[in-house]
Design a protein around this ligand. Sequence first.
Ligand code: F6R
Length: 623
Amino acid sequence: MENYKKEENQIIMCGIIGIASRDKNVKGRLVDSLKRLEYRGYDSSGIALRIKDGIFIKKRQGRVAELEEELKGNTFNSEVGIGHTRWATHGEPSCKNSHPHTDCTGKIALVHNGIIENYKELKKELEDSGHIFTSSTDTEVIAHLIEENLKEYTFIEAFRKAVKTLEGSFAIVALFSEEGSLYVARKDSPLVIGIGDRENFVASDVPAFLPWTDRVIFLEDGEMCKMTPNSVETYNFEGKSLKKEVIKVPWNLAQAEKGGYKHFMLKEIYEQGKAVGDTIGARLERDDEKVALEGDFPIPPEEIERILILACGTSYHAGLVGKFYLEEISGIPVYVDYGSEFRYRKPIINEKTLVIAVSQSGETADTIGAVRLAREKGARIISICNVLGSTLTRISDVTFHTYAGPEISVASTKAFTTQLSLFFLLALDLGSRRGFLSDEKEREYVREILSLPVKIEDILKKDKKEGIIREIAVKISSARNALYLGRNVNYPIALEGALKLKEISYIHAEGYPAGEMKHGPIALIDEETPTVFIATESSVLKKVKSNMEEIKSRNGKIISLVSDGEKELSELSDYIIRVPGINEYLAPILNIIPLQLLAYHAADYLGHDVDQPRNLAKSVTVE
Ligand code: F6R
């Protein structure tokens, strides 16, 4: 292995899998799991297997498919093994940087996600004691540290003492060839245990082992375990034995597979009718007229003075829509901030501030950092999250789950529409409990929200049948820039539509409030630059129409998203996409769907890797 200089600020996010089984085909299953984890990182990958004479290791730069190719014809197999897929933003992705890493004897192999902050000091001490390093990664330090401790202790003690010495964040799975057990530790980096039938698993995320079990144990920070095919012993870092609850996750294998779709993203777009239906259905009373959320608010609704929504990326855009819902339906002032901005501010917060943290994964480091800061300042925390047992859910007072099922595509789609649906329900519940919303109005809103799943299906059926969005996507795929404009509750939809286009098609796109265009961005308009207008039925539609005229008179190409039956805007538009009519507040949940499809078809037409766009990873578990 060549030397690799780890930069100080190197950011690494990865997918980890470990299997201890009675079944001999662990190699194939590790590769299969790595493919399921590839959305977490896809620069390089590797596996380690316990074999008769020690440990067999194979690593490869690039996609897991390349590792699989490399392993073809290889006859080694095992009952115990570990695997890793890596994503790095600094430092060239290469074979030499990939995991697993080993100690001097080659008896210990380990995979790691996170950053060991004190690795330089540890490495110096270990080198002084005679350890020979074959890489400059922080991860290799852990293997040598365990090896050093083994001089005095049993493996479990050597492992425990090593993890106690580490500073920084880590999810570690170590394989010790002399025992065939796996040793696992977690601190500030996701890791979940899967309990199977005479076999056990550990992974960064549940879909990695979903083909074999849906029974899981969520490890907390500061916890470790020893795993064999028949047992999982859990301890804290002090060595105290722990009894952990086994939970059945409400996800199934079909949800984590492509099921005939070309890409996960397309499948997930098409799952939105059901995902939104499940998210809403779980929270309505039997007569379907009132919202009944499953958790109590951590602050009595009438005492909440303000709400602070914290999130990143697409979830942040959901928060911007949530602000409209909460202010207009429940009458509480709402502020929305990026996790990455908020956590470095000196926020003004008190115990009457309710924080709503939004995250698909529940592992986004900036959102978690922001929530921890808000909590320190006295705020109470609700989270809207898609992953049961994730870090965010564990640091929140109450969690409302989005029943979207596993979201595998890097570009978020069904998480977004389910987050919006939950925000709407939250606003209804808070509004009615605070006496801000009448029963009659609540019933009217509930009737409207119940129409969403069918209307979503209508949009998707039409897309399949008519292919209009694909035609438009082909037309815009040669553009270098695109503008997305919307007003009011559809302004965040312009932001989200633009984000979808840029992250998977690599066409630069900007979302803007339509009324702000004349203050600058209008200078960008020419025949080459398409502008997507979100122009569905609303109180501000007339204003949007004036903005369209401004673009038209400058020869800009206009793509309009309009409500079924709309006639006037057709004349101004080069292309029209129609969506079913619905209450103005709920329109964003329908409007984003054609925009997701527009981005998807453009990226697919351009031949991009839609599910794994360049430079991106699904869960951003570092700052
Ligand atoms: C974009 C996208 C990201 C995520 C962001 C936050 O399509 O997926 O912008 O929304 O990284 O992730 P979560 O919601 O997991 O906190």
